[in-house]
Write a protein that binds this ligand. Structure first.
Ligand SMILES: *[C@@H]1O[C@H](CO)[C@@H](O)[C@H](O)[C@H]1NC(C)=O
Ligand SMILES: *[C@@H]1O[C@H](CO)[C@@H](O)[C@H](O)[C@H]1NC(C)=O
Ligand SMILES: *[C@@H]1O[C@H](CO)[C@@H](O)[C@H](O)[C@H]1NC(C)=O
Length: 416
């Protein structure tokens, strides 16, 4: 396993790409996504537009793209949903973009500025037989473009400044399964074609008298009166529409493209028919330019920070979150023999020196059980002493008949 990862490292470092990636290379990138140990870096400017990585099968879609200074990242989630993250790159969008996905988080950098960070837990990269593309439809050649493994930002930048740009994170249900689309009726119901009055030489179509050779519309079909009381109907030809999921509006026969939605002036737009979750408890649907949301009954989890650091940031948030500079250590989540470090998303607990464990539980290390050599490296007990373990450390009391020379060494008592 580790050997395989090492191979990627070497392989990908070499890769500088405007040339087309081979299927093997693409498969390797996908494996890196699976391992959640990947970076993509490229330069972006105002003219940059298009997708720079895409992998999809019937269930999942992984796509990273830029359009109008908006970086959009779609990562596949469980149940064939996807997580969509939009990051605004600034009005000028002259950006040295680096996207790092690792085990714990997704980080986006503009040069040495961190402009987005979040933990993404439910991503799912088990693609079946994906169709993969690198830089499809990318409008201008980026100055640099690199995909690799690891976290090279720490080599590139001495100091990383955090200035979050505007962003949105949403879960999107698999697209367009929501509503069945209206289908043209293929038959003309008999009530629409009635027998004409005796004195009329023509047809009665849709309650109108229609002369021979003329027509009337019924259920979006063109019905022509061929002879007295003889009607021939034909489905109307509709112009071809470009969008994937056209709508037929009330009173119209042909489908047109539904309008996109811009929910709450957020960064990312929603396709017609899309169902998305702007927050955990709201399920919204974009239908022809209008968003309808329903609130779901969810049980909130208690945030890990003290209650004074809880915030509700918008109307759609149902559960309190911890504010950005929340003090997670205040609730003493760590073991008494651990130090607590306040991180952005929670407390990090590290056992103090002389203790081992995971931080929520720490055990004293019995240094006296170390080998002589290992102890010597710790400045261990030497001649004329014995080793005595203490909490978090050890001591070297003198053997009987010895007196102290240094902390680690005793010498035989001098008898005069
Ligand atoms: C977010 O970006 C938009 C896009 O230009 C900008 O108009 C808006 O002021 C920004 N909002 C915040 C909170 O920075
Ligand atoms: C929401 O869930 C709570 C707890 O499960 C329950 O007591 C309450 O009746 C539910 N409300 C609705 C509107 O379903
Ligand atoms: C830490 O270790 C203890 C003892 O082995 C275990 O019970 C606990 O679940 C661990 N906590 C975490 C967060 O791994």
């Amino acid at each position: 396993m580790w050997q395989r990862i090492a191979c990627f490292l070497i392989f990908l470092k070499v890769f500088e790409c405007y040339q087309k990636a081979t299927p093997t290379e693409l498969q390797n990138y996908l494996n890196l996504f699976k391992l959640r140990d990947i970076f993509i870096s490229t330069s972006v400017n105002q003219k940059s537009k298009g997708i720079f990585f895409e992998a999809k099968d019937g269930q999942h879609n992984l796509q990273i793209s830029v359009d109008e200074c908006l970086l959009t990242m779609m990562f596949p989630e469980k149940n064939s949903w996807h997580k969509r993250i939009g990051v605004f790159l600034g009005e000028k969008c002259e950006t040295d973009l680096m996207i790092c996905l690792n085990e714990n988080s997704l980080l986006v950098f503009d040069g040495c500025h961190q402009i987005f960070s979040d933990q993404l837990h439910e991503l799912e990269f088990s693609f079946g037989n994906p169709e993969m593309k690198l830089l499809p439809n990318w409008k201008i050649q980026p100055k640099t473009f690199e995909i690799g493994s690891g976290f090279p930002i720490s080599q590139k930048c001495k100091i990383i400044v955090s200035n979050p740009k505007n962003y949105t994170v949403e879960s999107v249900e698999s697209l367009y399964k929501s509503r069945s689309h209206p289908v043209l009726h293929s038959t003309v119901f008999s009530e629409n074609v009635l027998e004409p009055p005796d004195d009329f030489d023509g047809c009665m179509i849709n309650n109108e008298l229609v002369k021979i050779g003329e027509n009337n519309m019924v259920n979006c079909q063109k019905c022509t009166c061929m002879a007295r009381d003889e009607v021939f109907c034909q489905v109307q030809e509709c112009p071809h529409v470009k969008c994937e999921h056209p709508v037929i509006r009330d009173g119209e026969c042909c489908a047109t493209c539904g309008k996109q939605c811009n929910f709450e002036q957020r960064l990312t737009k929603h396709a017609h028919g899309e169902i998305f979750w702007p927050e955990d408890c709201y399920r919204c649907e974009c239908w022809d330019g209008e968003v309808n949301c329903e609130k779901k009954n969810i049980t909130c989890q208690t945030p890990l920070c003290p209650a004074k650091d809880w915030v509700i940031e918008n109307d759609y948030q149902c559960c309190p979150k911890c504010k950005d500079d929340a003090n997670f250590c205040e609730t003493s989540p760590c073991h008494k023999y651990a130090d607590c470090y306040n991180e952005k998303r929670g407390a990090k607990c590290i056992c103090k020196e002389g203790f081992h464990g995971n931080g929520t539980f720490c055990l004293d290390i019995d240094e006296c059980k170390f080998s002589q050599d290992a102890r010597a490296q710790l400045g261990g007990c030497m001649d004329g002493t014995r080793c005595k373990n203490t909490l978090g450390s050890f001591e070297c009391p003198c053997l009987p008949g010895y007196q102290r020379l240094t902390e680690q060494m005793c010498m035989p008592l001098l008898r005069v």
